[in-house]
Ligand binder design. Structure first.
Ligand code: TMP
Length: 405
């Protein structure tokens, strides 16, 4: 069994989600015999306070030339990243002609804002297909995984960074200690690391266990991020909660004693201690809540099926893979899932093999119920699909609790 990736100590087993395919492993029916599964379990370390996956597939199985996730599919996220850009550029932490690096820049949704405003910049992205989209818009791209070697390469070729940014990326990197060392190595002494990720505090509070899938090796709290970066001589200087991904946190870090520590750091850490994010019992209770949520969703879908209702899914998020496989939901309970991503349409959901349909047909098909898997984009989707609701269609939610809207 994998030990804690930060402390090296044995992990306490928290959740066992059984055999799971890759969250983004959307598959053609001809390939289902060769489908890859692994045992998805989570663990908690009492020393580092890090909540993490116990086993994880090889990163090259997940991030490759056919990576199915394009960040720019959501208008809301485009706007969010414009705000992220404004935050960094107005932060007061940058030097006169700053050099900005983004780790895992995907199709360039964040870094393009720096490019458009003539910042010296570099996006580091290992998945070739999404990197190509970014490159084609003129963004400077290095197609690599970020590690110590990569940080040395960037430092030698481009110089040290004023800011290293990442969004929904750091939690994907199993060698998190090497990542922290690489960040420290690449930053100027006055440089800052700004990254945001789905927030553990929200996952625990909302039982949003779909945030747990192969790509999310970690779910961070301020306590665990502080512990990790302290190891390389860095510290949190600010924390800014975000509404994205159903609740995220923006972490701002710098070398120790470089900047004033904002009040938010003390306040949020105090809140986390109150929530028990440093205690094993909190995670054991979370597992009980996960089991209850699963049973409730299954009961509802089985009842609707028994009553002859037509139930579909909306938005085949990578998160939905955990729900579908853990609950054992297949196309008997959910006929189709509608989605906007061209790479997914026509394929099947990983493991559960529910066919994916172009979202254009959602209105014509007029199902009676739709499970909203992209619950984090609920406002945008419900507004876009007003016709569904006005024709009597009902949304099914499972976060923060199972309910029909
Ligand atoms: P995620 O950002 O939560 O991972 O969700 C991304 C998936 O949701 C992606 O496959 C596209 C899909 N999606 C839709 O189908 N319609 C929408 O309106 C939105 C916002 C996302």
């Amino acid at each position: 069994m994998q030990n804690c990736r930060v402390s090296g100590k044995p992990l306490h087993l928290i959740n066992d989600f059984g055999d799971q395919p890759l969250g983004n492993g959307f598959i053609e029916s001809k390939n289902i015999d060769k489908e890859y599964f692994y045992n998805m379990r989570t663990g908690f370390c009492e020393e580092s306070k890090m909540f993490q996956l116990i086993e994880q597939p090889e990163p090259s199985k997940m991030f490759h030339e056919n990576y199915a996730f394009f960040s720019s599919t959501s208008n809301y996220m485009k706007e969010h990243f414009k705000n992220f850009y404004s935050y960094v550029s107005n932060s007061g932490y940058l030097s006169k002609n700053p050099f900005i690096v983004e780790l895992g820049c995907n199709d360039g949704i964040l870094i393009k804002n720096f490019k458009e405003n003539d910042y010296s910049h570099l996006g580091i992205e290992p998945s070739k297909n999404v990197a190509k989209v970014a490159k084609d818009t003129g963004i400077n791209i290095l197609e690599k995984f970020f590690d110590i070697d990569c940080s040395n390469l960037v430092k030698n070729e481009y110089g040290s960074a004023d800011a290293i940014l990442a969004a929904n990326v750091i939690c994907h990197i199993p060698d998190i200690l090497e990542l922290a060392e690489g960040v420290k190595n690449l930053l100027k002494p006055s440089g800052v690391m700004v990254f945001e990720e789905p927030y553990l505090g929200d996952v625990i509070k909302k039982t949003s266990y779909d945030q747990i899938y192969d790509e999310h090796v970690f779910l961070f709290s301020a306590i665990s991020v502080q512990h990790l970066f302290n190891k390389v001589g860095m510290e949190l200087i600010d924390l800014i909660p975000q509404t994205t991904h159903g609740g995220s946190m923006r972490y701002v870090l710098a070398n120790k004693n470089q900047y004033e520590i904002k009040r938010s750091v003390r306040e949020i850490i105090k809140k986390e201690l109150k929530q028990g994010l440093d205690k094993l019992e909190t995670f054991e209770r979370f597992n009980q809540n996960v089991i209850l949520s699963k049973n409730k969703l299954l009961k509802l879908l089985k009842e609707l099926k028994k009553n002859g209702k037509k139930v579909v899914g909306y938005a085949a998020t990578s998160k939905s893979t955990t729900i579908l496989n853990y609950c054992g939901i297949n196309n008997d309970l959910i006929e189709y899932i509608y989605d906007t991503t061209p790479l997914k349409i026509g394929k099947l959901t990983p493991g559960s093999h529910i066919p994916l349909r172009d979202h254009k047909f959602f209105k014509n098909d007029m199902p009676e119920y739709a499970v909203l898997f992209a619950w984090n984009h609920a406002d945008e989707i419900i507004e876009k699909e007003k016709l569904f609701s006005s024709n009597g269609g009902k949304w099914i939610f499972f976060v923060p609790s199972v309910k029909i809207l």
